[in-house]
Design a protein around this ligand. Structure first.
Ligand code: PEP
Ligand code: MG
Length: 571
């Protein structure tokens, strides 16, 4: 019987490699009473030493692959492992309570974690809690003799198979070895999928069955173009997919010829094709793919990849590096969008029933203004080195925009007074909450530009979590309800002579692009590897025809009807 299955195609390309299962192992154990205290203490000691040896290897790998800063977190783990107070507490617990080593480790570390986590306004202590949690897992794995998977230790080509991937897992992947990604959960616009596209790693997500079906080491084919997954292929299937992988690479090589060309329609109308980034490291791909700007810099990744709130200078260096690399082309930096699926290990946000509708993004920035002011100062200083625009995420009301702008103007005035040189900055908002899309005419009078965040806009309009594969069918970018909201935003911006971009994944979607061209969207910003494919598509389309396509699409009834209209108009 075939073990093949299908998931959601989340990042283009075809990967063929052995499966590497990134699944949390079972670290459960039973509490026992022991008699030989010394032997039990020696077990903890050995396990701690073995854990230290693991962390040292991971640290040196991380230094090589990711750089010294990102390897810093492992230094903290080593410090926990060599802390005499902690090891003393393990020994004491075993001696006093006559419990097995596993139980002693758990009780002692739980106590420390609880203590540190209780210090909710101390980010440093929260970081320590996260470190101890990691280290505990590692010691227990040695005590129980269970291997702990670690993507940082992968040193051969693999397809990574996991239940889910967090954005921070994804940011640690080494694309030299991780050739494909396959998950049980997740949707196309979940951040891990977006990052897979940026890293150009073929991915299939939301398959529901990957971790149950696949055993470690078996050969897997991940077709990120269709969502098909083939397990343990026969020779013929293997050859077919090897050809498909080669064809895809040949197609990319053809698109690459457009690198230095303009993004222009068949009838000569210019558009801006931007790229979305999460870190200055993504800039190589932005330049290689001939992007005409950075339409979205997701700065929260700077916060997520650090083990502390990034300082003003750390942020300044990152923003400066990006604007300098773009050499005068616009860079739209979004202020941090923490919350939802983007969490910080060192700063626990309050537990919420609905984090995607909760305390996140601009809501945090307007509440914790010192964090916001630090970021704005770093941005203002970096603006002297290029063409920097700032936008605020998750704006729902005019009041929020006005409040954010007020803080921005205050920081700008202070820096001006101090004689700091700054560039002219355009100030805009993400349109990703339906309330802002509906009221776009009012917002358009006050902002310099809009950037439509369709990942969230579609999620909130359809009331469907973007990371939940069970409701992935409701991610309907061509549904006329969504198209009408987008059209309203574009028209409202143009009515006030304002620029309107789109930085959600829809901007690089070949079905959506013709309709958006017809609506007159100014900038399309997407994962860098999609830029040249989109440029190639735009060259073939006439905006007069696309305008009538857009009119028909706005009058259609369903997502499917619009797909058929686009196919008919572009074939
Ligand atoms: C969006 O919501 O469309 C967007 C671009 O922001 P993010 O994907 O980071 O939420
Ligand atoms: Mg968003």
């Amino acid at each position: 019987m075939s073990n093949n299955f299908k998931g959601i195609a989340a990042s283009n390309g075809v990967a063929i490699a052995k499966a590497y299962l990134l699944v949390d192992p079972d670290l459960s154990f039973t509490k026992t009473t022991i008699t030989d205290v010394t032997a039990e203490q020696a077990r903890v000691d050995d396990a701690s030493k073995a854990a230290s040896a693991d962390v040292k290897i991971i640290k040196s790998r991380a230094e090589k692959n990711l750089g010294a800063d990102e390897a810093q977190v492992f230094e903290a783990h080593l410090m926990v492992l060599s802390d005499p107070e902690m090891s003393g507490a393990f020994n004491q617990k075993i001696a006093d309570d006559k419990v097995n080593a596993e139980q002693a480790v758990k009780e002692v570390t739980d106590m420390y974690i609880g203590m540190f986590e209780a210090m909710t306004d101390n980010a440093y202590m929260q970081e320590r809690a996260a470190d101890i949690r990691d280290v505990t897992k590692r010691i227990l794995s040695h005590l129980l003799n269970v291997a702990l998977p670690n993507p940082a230790l992968i040193d051969e080509e693999v397809v990574l198979v996991s239940k889910d991937l967090t954005p921070s897992d994804t940011s640690q992947l080494d694309r030299q070895f991780v050739k494909g990604i396959l998950t049980d959960l997740g949707g196309r616009t979940a951040h891990a999928s977006i990052m897979a596209r940026t890293l150009e790693i073929p991915a299939v997500v939301g398959s529901e069955v990957a971790t149950q079906t696949i055993t470690a080491g078996v050969t897997v084919i991940v077709d990120g173009l269709t969502g098909d997954v083939i397990v343990d292929p026969d020779a013929e299937t293997l050859a077919t997919y090897q050809q498909k992988a080669a064809d895809y690479l040949a197609q990319r090589a053809e698109w690459a010829l457009l690198k230095d060309q303009q993004s222009v329609s068949a009838d000569g109308k210019n558009f801006v094709l931007g790229a979305n980034i999460g870190s200055p490291k993504d800039m190589d791909a932005v330049l290689e793919n001939g992007s005409e700007g950075v339409g979205l810099y997701r700065t929260e990744f700077l916060y997520m990849e650090s083990d502390h709130l990034p300082t003003e200078d750390e942020q300044f260096e990152a923003y400066k590096a990006v604007v300098e690399k773009m050499a005068g082309k616009p860079v739209t930096v979004r202020t941090m969008d923490i919350g939802g699926d983007k969490n910080l290990s060192y700063w626990k946000l309050p537990e919420e029933e609905n984090p995607f509708l909760g305390y996140r993004a601009i809501r945090i920035s307007l509440d914790q203004t010192e964090i916001f002011r630090t970021q704005l100062r770093a941005l203002l200083r970096a603006s002297a080195y290029g063409n920097l625009w700032i936008m605020f995420p998750m704006i729902a009301t005019l009041g929020e925009f006005r409040a954010a702008k007020k803080v921005y103007l205050e920081e700008r005035a202070k820096l001006e007074e101090a004689g700091v040189s700054m560039g002219e900055i355009k100030l805009g908002i993400m349109i990703e909450i339906p309330a802002a899309a509906v009221l776009a005419d009012k917002f358009a009078k006050e902002v310099d530009f809009f950037s439509i965040g369709t990942n969230d806009l579609i999620g909130y309009t359809m009331a469907a979590d973007r990371g939940n594969d069970k409701v992935a069918y409701l991610y309907q970018p061509y549904n006329p309800s969504i198209l009408r909201l987008i059209n309203n935003v574009i028209a409202a911006a143009h009515n006030e002579g304002k620029f309107v971009a789109m930085c959600g994944e829809m901007a690089g979607d070949p079905i959506a692009v013709p309709v958006l061209m017809g609506m007159g969207l100014d900038e399309f910003s997407m994962s860098a590897p999609s830029v040249l494919q989109t440029r190639s598509l735009m060259k073939k389309l006439d905006t007069v025809d696309m305008k009538s396509l857009a009119e028909k699409a706005l009058d259609a009834e369903t997502n499917e009807e619009v797909i058929a209209l686009v196919e008919a108009a572009t074939k």
